[in-house]
Design a protein around this ligand. Structure first.
Ligand SMILES: *Cc1c(COP(=O)(O)O)cnc(C)c1O
Length: 359
């Protein structure tokens, strides 16, 4: 029996995708091989990768002057790879610090450049996105980095920052494909696949082509965006099976009606949970209302001595991975695209029942 899996990542995948992968496991479409066994340079895999890229381009309406790279290293890898590719002859980078993932990104970038924290929400425990008017941007910065969905804190940008001529770079690991994005407003968008796109091992990088000339000489070839763009992400062996599964997820997302339709469903799903939180004195949502994430919903029980019994009861009803990140405690429900609304409704019903019996 499959559970309702609220893991923050690696996370739930569409059941139909897993079924298709199972059906194709031993023999991919008459090739007599599993996708895992294919040469990445063979015509079969080239067609799989090309279809995955084309579908991702359709989903996000990626402009022609943005390259799509399928790399490895994860978002934490990109925290080093981005400065190595974008610093050029600049000295410093602007960061907006909205939580745990921003902090990690800043720490890593300090190895390569001077770091300017242009705005931070640390003053209120990272529960909001600082308003654009408060950002102290440096016009000479190499780029401005934002994390548009803080997976741990549950804080999401519901607007696109304007950074003028300075390229905007976004870690979108945990909400890419959850809503339409105006890709043209970003210099670089990156994310690990294991939240909303597929299995761990694949990192998607979308980069505007005029930014491909700024890499530091020390940048490793495997992470050098220009070299990878010229090699169609095959300078080294790409994570072939992860690309294949992500490609099936992209097909699934298109069949769902694309990102506008998916966004409507995600809004409805998130509202189910936030309505329970707002109607209750037993649970609390720490995040400012207008900055609440639709993908990751952190919440606290008023009495944290009940946490263990809350988690146990959830498990008994087939709902798992609801424990909050150790840095913030409490609970967190991650409700990515592949979480059906039935799972969210089951959680909401359980939360109301638990409140009745323990409140
Ligand atoms: C999960 C996550 C990461 C880390 O991804 P790795 O694949 O472990 O490197 C970074 N940023 C955000 C926003 C995330 O959600």
């Amino acid at each position: 029996m499959r559970v309702f899996n609220f893991s923050a990542g690696p996370a739930v995948l569409p059941e139909s995708v897993l079924q298709q992968a199972a059906a194709e496991m031993l023999d991919w479409r008459g090739s007599g091989m599993s996708v895992m066994e294919m040469s990445h340079r063979g015509k079969e895999f080239i067609s799989i990768a090309a279809k995955a890229e084309a579908d991702l381009r359709t989903l996000l309406a990626i402009p022609a002057n943005h390259k799509v790279l399928f790399l490895q290293g994860g978002a934490i890898g990109e925290n080093a790879i981005v400065p190595m590719n974008l610093l050029g002859d600049r000295k410093s980078i602007d960061f907006i610090n909205t939580g745990e993932w921003s902090k990690k990104t800043i720490k890593e970038a300090k190895r390569y450049a001077k770091v300017n924290v242009a705005a931070s929400s640390e003053d209120r425990a990272f529960t909001y996105v600082p308003a654009r008017e408060t950002w102290q941007l440096d016009p000479d910065a190499a780029y401005v980095h934002v994390c548009t969905n803080e997976t741990i804190g549950g804080v999401e940008y519901h607007w696109t920052p304007d950074t003028g001529d300075v390229p905007l770079v976004a870690d979108m690991s945990s909400h890419l494909l959850s809503r339409p994005v105006d890709v043209a407003r970003y210099g670089v968008i990156y994310g690990g696949a294991q939240k909303n796109m597929g299995p761990a091992g694949l990192t998607v990088v979308i980069v505007r082509d005029d930014l491909l000339d700024r890499a530091l000489p020390i940048c490793p070839s495997a992470f050098h965006w220009k070299e990878q763009a010229e090699a169609e992400s095959m300078l080294n062996t790409p994570p072939t099976y992860a690309i294949y599964i992500a490609g099936l997820v992209f097909e699934w997302a298109l069949a769902q009606g694309g990102l506008a339709a998916i966004e409507r469903r995600n809004i409805a799903k998130a509202n189910v949970l936030y309505d329970v939180l707002d109607a209750s004195g037993f649970y609390a949502s720490p995040v400012r209302r207008e900055d609440r994430s639709r993908m990751n919903v952190p919440f606290k029980l008023r009495d944290d001595k009940l946490d263990a019994s809350f988690l146990e009861g959830a498990k008994a009803r087939g709902m798992i991975q609801l424990k909050g990140h150790r840095s913030v405690g409490g609970m967190r429900a991650s409700i990515y695209n592949a979480m059906p609304i039935e799972g969210v409704r089951a959680l909401a019903e359980y939360m109301r029942d638990f409140e009745r019996s323990h409140g």
